[in-house]
Design a protein around this ligand. Structure first.
Ligand code: PEP
Ligand code: MN
Length: 338
């Protein structure tokens, strides 16, 4: 249930309402806005009646939520969530571009790509150190060494970094390196992993499973948030359909649907959806035009020899042109790129 407090509530009033919610067997999640405070009361269905909550001093209104997700819902937070990732703002009117190679292959490649995407205007650097590959015989990533290269690139190019976490046991190790935990499409419903990153204080970039409806993506965001970490970005990266011309089908409608139902920032990853670099720019632009808060794009200086996802990786020169057009679309829709 969503509990809206009277405007001008003091810290004492807020605490009183939170205490009463706890006494009723629910867990309060407080969201302090500029003008009013909203508390999400989470717990077993039927644990408390809306009338019981309405009686609490300081409460203005109680709204039962029908959606299965609560903390991730627009009702819980009517304003867009804006994250600040080492000075890069994401959400609301703030848009950002994440770019880099699919995998961290070696230091030289990572630095080369980082230098060029930074110069083109990307604000966050990506690179996989632990790779979820369809075949156990494919390159699996450099592991800890890859994380070290990423951290060095962050220092050199002054860009926050994002890298995928596949195993709950790696969450702690990765905290020393990454700025954002990426949870990949294949792990969107790895609930232990979601709960583990939910206990950290770092943003989580949650990719939509290739066969997951939007509601299930938002339920996975809810898992992370239920542990206290409300810094979640969700990402549409293509779903399985009957179409065979692209690797996956980029579900553009997911962007406005998520924005209508959730306050969380939404990204689009056209690279993994398309599977071919020729389509990436158009899909990235479509995602931004549909209201995404940013895109994640794979870039490689020598895609022909990439150890993963070469066919969909853009060359730095095409990425530079894409950045200019993304900037124009963001401005046209009253938003701005970092
Ligand atoms: C990736 O970002 O490199 C990746 C593996 O993405 P996804 O989980 O969307 O397939
Ligand atoms: Mn990839």
């Amino acid at each position: 249930m969503i509990i809206i407090l009277k405007s001008g509530s003091s810290e004492e009033d807020i605490q009183h309402v939170a205490d009463r919610i706890t006494q009723l067997g629910l867990t309060p999640h407080i969201s302090r806005g500029e003008f009013r405070t909203i508390i999400g009361a989470i717990g077993e269905e039927g644990a408390a009646l809306p009338e019981q909550l309405e009686q609490i001093a300081g409460v203005e209104k109680v709204m039962p939520i029908m959606r299965p997700y609560k903390l991730a819902s627009r009702e819980f937070n009517p304003d867009d969530t804006v994250l600040d990732i080492r000075g890069v703002k994401v959400g609301g009117e703030h848009c950002a571009v994440i770019a880099g190679p699919c995998s961290v292959e070696n230091r030289e490649l990572l630095f080369d790509v980082a230098r060029q995407v930074k110069a083109a205007g990307a604000s966050i650097l990506r690179g996989g150190a632990f790779k979820p590959r369809t075949s156990p015989y494919s390159f699996q990533g450099l592991g800890k060494q890859g994380l070290e290269y990423l951290a060095q690139a962050r220092a050199e190019f002054d860009m926050p970094i994002i890298t995928e976490v596949m195993d709950p046991r790696d969450v702690e190790l990765m905290a020393d390196y990454t700025d954002i935990y990426q949870v990949g499409a294949r792990n969107m419903q790895n609930y232990n992993l979601l709960l583990e990153v939910g206990q950290t204080k770092k943003p989580v970039f949650l990719k939509r499973g290739m066969a997951a409806p939007i509601n299930e993506l938002l339920m996975s965001a809810e898992y992370v948030m239920s542990r206290g970490n409300h810094q979640v970005i969700v990402c549409e990266r293509g779903i399985r359909t009957f179409e065979t011309q692209t690797r996956f089908t980029l579900d553009i409608s997911a962007v406005p649907v998520i924005r209508a139902n959730s306050h969380l920032p939404v990204f689009v990853d056209p690279s993994h959806a398309a599977g071919q670099r020729e389509l990436v720019a158009d899909l990235a632009l479509a995602g931004m035009a549909a209201g995404a808060h940013g895109v994640m794009v794979e870039v490689h200086t020598n895609p022909e020899q990439a150890l993963s996802d070469g066919p969909q990786s853009m060359l730095p020169s095409s990425f530079r042109r894409l950045m200019e057009r993304l900037r124009q679309i963001a401005e046209l829709s009253g938003r701005r790129l970092n």
